[in-house]
Design a protein around this ligand. Structure first.
Ligand SMILES: C[S@@+](CC[C@H](N)C(=O)[O-])C[C@H]1O[C@@H](n2cnc3c(N)ncnc32)[C@H](O)[C@@H]1O
Length: 286
């Protein structure tokens, strides 16, 4: 028995599925996550009546752009997310970052990109914050673009329907009462919030649906799964889509190399970065 895999005979398939995931998304499965591939894909095998990972590989390779490929990639990704995940970050956005951007952006246009937005909770949390801030944004054009490599996650995000369990993970009761309505056992987000976010399937390593620069980019709990070369590509994409003074926020514990001289890490929020603006060091104090 091959000691590297708990499923005798499936080691090669697991290897090829990991390669497939890496080619399509840049994500590198750690040894421990590889062991879970079979568990993650088991419901799909059952649903499709396929006897093994080999059979699944054979089917997806026959139709590389088909729905089964999308489902296979989606099942191997980690879509873990919740409303207001890491509350301190959202508090910093609400109390510090957005008021600063409000004071600085003369053209009254705020552009935000959530890269790796999963099923939408992060982007909708931002939209709820902006609504909560109230009249100060009257007369502004606010654009929240949210992208994820998984089309399935994006479809769910667009629907904006969440389970009771999703609602119990960090969503303040006031926001629940104000912005959600029950639909059967689930909750539907209000159109007023839903319409503030534009969701699109896109790979952040080679974005095709994102253009121009953003004042704030959130890419949280995504880089963690990239090898170093892909992290650098992601960082260069952020550089391409920021202007001097824009902010980039990563997940807690994620880091971005500042060696390209474009980003400086924030002193007060370890996962926040500021695109370099030598003439104005005041915002580096954030
Ligand atoms: C763990 S979730 C994090 C969701 C959200 N940002 C949060 O922190 O709650 C990571 C998401 O990144 C997405 N992802 C992975 N690789 C990606 C890529 N190359 N481009 C865009 N999204 C990607 C996954 O599909 C997944 O939905």
């Amino acid at each position: 028995m091959n000691m590297m895999t708990p499923f005798p005979g499936q080691g090669r398939s697991i290897e090829r599925l990991s390669e497939l995931l890496s080619r399509r998304t840049g994500q590198l499965l750690s040894e421990s996550r590889r062991w879970h591939i079979e568990t993650s894909l088991r419901p799909l095998l059952r649903e499709q009546g396929l006897p093994s990972l080999d059979a699944l590989l054979f089917a997806v390779e026959r139709d590389p752009n088909g729905p089964l490929m999308r489902q296979t990639i989606d099942a191997m990704l980690n879509h873990e997310s919740s409303f207001f995940r890491d509350i301190a970050v959202f508090q910093a956005i609400e109390r510090t970052l957005l008021p600063r951007l409000h004071g600085e952006l003369r053209e009254k246009m705020l552009r935000i990109w959530c890269a790796g937005c999963s099923t939408g909770q992060e982007a909708y949390s931002l939209a709820m914050i902006i609504k909560r801030m109230g009249a100060m944004w009257d007369g502004w054009r606010i654009s929240i673009q949210a992208t994820d490599v998984s089309e399935i996650a994006i479809e769910k995000a667009r629907r904006g329907v969440y389970s009771q369990m999703d609602m119990q993970r960090g969503l303040p009761i006031n926001d629940l009462l104000r912005w959600f309505a029950p639909v059967g056992a689930d909750w539907q987000i209000a159109d007023e919030i839903r319409e503030m976010v534009h969701f699109q399937a896109d790979n952040l390593l080679e974005p095709r649906r994102i253009s121009g620069t953003f004042d704030l980019i959130l890419c949280r709990n995504v880089l963690f799964y990239f090898p170093e070369d892909k992290r650098r590509i992601a960082r260069d994409q952020f550089a391409r889509h920021t202007r001097a003074g824009s902010y980039v926020i990563l997940g807690a514990g994620e880091m971005m190399s500042c060696s390209n001289g474009i980003f400086t890490s924030s002193r007060n929020l370890s996962c926040a970065y500021v695109a370099e603006k030598p003439a104005d060091c005041s915002r580096l104090a954030f």
